[in-house]
Design a protein around this ligand. Structure first.
Ligand code: PMP
Length: 377
């Protein structure tokens, strides 16, 4: 007997932690900084840590099925009903809930390439399949309605990522509205705003609420997470905001108790700790500006808490081509103690992605990268 062949799925990993890398290289963990997984440079909100500590003794009880307090706070924050907030085990868990809600065996989803791998993995887990629309690097990974609609062929879910991982580009609400209007009534447009707090574009929740001059839509959902701006990646807490008409659907798709009591308590505290989120956003903006200004290679403009860097050699001047350059540069940086994301698994074998760190971490990353690039020129 064998499990299903899901060999395509091994590509999605959050990347190795500092301890693992240090052990492998026989070095001390304190020598490393990790800027590879778009985590929060300031750590969790202090209020969330306190909430976890005070809730710890209660973990012998199951969490409430509705996670009522946090759900109500999120509904209030977004101006939607409690039924529209689907709490889940991370943004990834929310993606699974949408797959469950939408996909019959053989149904397709449409995703960006390059793009976040879990959309496709989740669809395949649910016996669906994946088609792709391409975001062009020569066009700054710009997202518009035409690119998506030209590739669209009746898929059940269309994923838009704004800000986009790994490039940091965004999509305008008008374009999302066009996509939702031009696709079939039975197609759900999912706007993944995992990095939404760092962007200067409005949330697509406006389309669900019928605000800012938009008509209220029944075919758009928005994904959000506590992993990035709130610094709770290890707790696994995310949510989808779904159309109003889906009022009773959560009870049919949710894994019992998937969002833990500790995660929900911490999430509620983090939501209320606006000072920490504001500080996080400041740190990200400073780091993004520093990387865009000081890295000697091409850096794409980003609205996320990371930047994508083209580390390919100028092929006109170089003897060798740039394939594999991302791996070589990421490894050379790692040897010097800076762990970044090699974007080969995104199909970008000459790009790396660097998470925004504190000023000190970011400075170290920039200096290290510039040195490595100079050595390899
Ligand atoms: N969407 C995007 C675009 C992401 O990059 C990530 C994680 N890196 C997620 C969703 C899921 O995040 P999480 O499961 O930690 O909430």
């Amino acid at each position: 007997m064998h499990p299903r062949d899901l060999s395509d799925h091994v590509a999605y990993q959050a990347g190795r932690g500092i301890e693992e890398v240090a052990r492998e290289l026989g070095r001390d963990p304190s020598e490393f900084v990790k800027l590879a997984s778009n985590e929060n440079a300031l750590g969790p909100a202090p209020a969330a840590v306190e909430a976890i500590q005070s809730a710890a003794s209660g973990v012998s009880s199951y969490p409430k099925a509705t996670h009522a307090d946090l759900t109500a706070a999120l509904a209030d924050r977004w101006g939607v009903t409690d039924d529209q907030v689907w709490l889940a085990n991370g943004g990834d868990g929310a993606i699974d809930y949408l797959s469950r809600a939408m996909l019959e065996p053989g149904d397709d989803i449409l995703v960006p390439t390059p793009g976040f791998a879990y959309y496709g993995m989740s669809a395949r887990f649910h016996h669906g399949d994946v088609t792709e629309y391409e975001l062009s690097r020569d066009d700054d990974f710009t997202q518009d309605a035409r690119t998506v609609l030209e590739a669209y062929n009746g898929e059940r879910i269309v994923y838009l990522t704004s800000p986009h991982n790994p490039s940091g580009s965004t999509i305008a609400l008008e374009a999302i509205e066009t996509i939702a209007t031009e696709t079939d009534d039975e197609t759900l447009v999912v706007v993944d705003e995992a990095y939404g707090e760092f962007a200067d574009v409005d949330s697509a929740v406006a389309l669900l609420e019928g605000e800012n001059g938009f008509e209220q839509r029944e075919d758009v959902a928005v994904l959000r997470t506590f992993s990035k701006a709130y610094g709770l990646a290890g707790l696994r807490l995310g949510y989808a905001i779904v159309p109003e008409a889906w009022a009773d659907a959560y009870a049919r798709v949710n894994t019992p108790f998937a969002a833990s009591e500790l995660a929900c308590r911490a999430g509620l505290a983090a939501l209320e700790d606006t000072t920490h989120v504001d500080r996080t956003i400041d740190v990200v903006e400073t780091a993004r500006n520093a990387m865009e200004a000081d890295i000697t290679a091409h850096v794409w403009p980003s609205q996320g808490n990371f930047v994508l860097v083209d580390v390919g050699r100028d092929e006109a001047e170089s003897q060798s081509n740039s394939d594999g350059e991302a791996t070589a540069v990421a490894e050379a940086m790692q040897t010097r103690g800076v762990i970044v994301r090699d974007c080969t698994s995104f199909g970008l074998s000459d790009c790396i992605r660097i998470t925004c760190g504190t000023a000190e971490e970011t400075h170290r990353a920039v200096e290290t990268l510039n040195t490595v690039l100079e050595e390899r020129a």
